[in-house]
Design a protein. Structure first.
Length: 293
């Protein structure tokens, strides 16, 4: 999978190159200035990544490294040729994508785990259908086989061998069936949360998931929320979800939400997905969580 990497100013693309290699993307053409412009889209890469700097006011070096504007311009040129592009911008930047083919990730290029998560999220979206420049039409249906997933959830036997793994695999399948790109984070994304997912095509929002199942208590779920909140901040994700399944069948909503964290039962998620698409379900859950703060 060939790619082009554009680096502005003094931004360091070394760590990013290492992460790309871990994602089995080794054919990368790195450009720091316009001397390599003829190679950026010839041959046409599968995608282009641009790294913007937070030190835009520093004087240009003798080799005339790219400014943020020059990198952004080239990302636009790539999108105009139909090539997906990712802009990695400082977390404090307020940049919006000017084109459906250009995704924006607010991420510190020096934080390896955050960088790995955002690059995974971008490359995962390459498997989605190409985005259209026209506004998307409304999605009328949610999870078609919600009843089947609820039946499997009801049959999970707490304390049985592999109970936790069964619950994790089930929720991963639910999210994928609802249109998300899902990664089990015990692989390239680390091993401190259970799942990470991108909710839909055209999005690089990373949502981390901590799974809790069994005979649960408020203390257990609150502790999971506090831990997940630290990981969300550290990895610069959008937010996190503590997804739980109480084997007594109890609903255990939190009265006061933890910032950046949503708590939801697996049963509630599946039931909501039976009638609404995943992005809409998540948006509603976030609004409800904010309302409890």
């Amino acid at each position: 999978m060939p790619a082009s990497l554009l680096v502005a100013g003094k931004a360091d693309g070394g760590l990013l190159l290492g992460v790309l290699r871990e994602l089995n993307i080794e054919d990368v053409w790195v450009l720091h200035n316009d001397l390599g412009d003829r190679f950026m889209l010839d041959p046409v890469p599968d995608f282009v990544v641009g790294v913007l700097t937070d030190d835009e006011n520093s004087p240009r070096s003798k080799n005339k490294t790219f400014t943020n504007g020059e990198v952004s311009l080239r990302l636009g040129l790539a999108a105009g040729r139909g090539v997906p592009a990712l802009a990695i911008v400082p977390p404090t930047a307020k940049m919006r994508s000017p084109d459906p083919l250009i995704m924006v990730a607010a991420c510190d290029v020096h934080v390896r785990q955050a960088l790995a998560d955002h690059l995974w999220a971008f490359t995962a979206t390459l498997d989605f259908p190409p985005p259209s420049s026209a506004p998307p039409g409304p999605i009328e249906r949610g999870l078609e086989n919600a009843d089947e997933y609820l039946a499997v959830l009801n049959q999970l036997e707490w304390g049985s061998r592999g109970f936790g793994g069964q619950f994790e695999r089930l929720m991963g399948r639910v999210l994928m069936s609802a249109g998300a790109a899902v990664a089990e984070t015990k692989g390239s994304l680390g091993d401190r949360v259970d799942l990470a997912f991108v909710p839909s095509g055209g999005s690089t929002d990373i949502i981390l998931v901590e799974l809790k199942a069994g005979h649960l208590s408020e203390a257990t779920l609150s502790g999971a929320e506090e831990q997940l909140q630290r990981f969300v901040i550290e990895r610069q994700a959008k937010y996190g979800i503590v997804l739980y399944h109480d084997t007594y069948g109890r609903s255990l909503p939190n009265r006061h939400s933890t910032p950046l964290i949503v708590r939801m039962s697996a049963r509630e998620l599946i039931q909501r997905l039976a009638g609404e698409p995943l992005p809409k379900v998540l948006d509603a859950a976030v609004v409800e969580a904010v309302g409890r703060m």
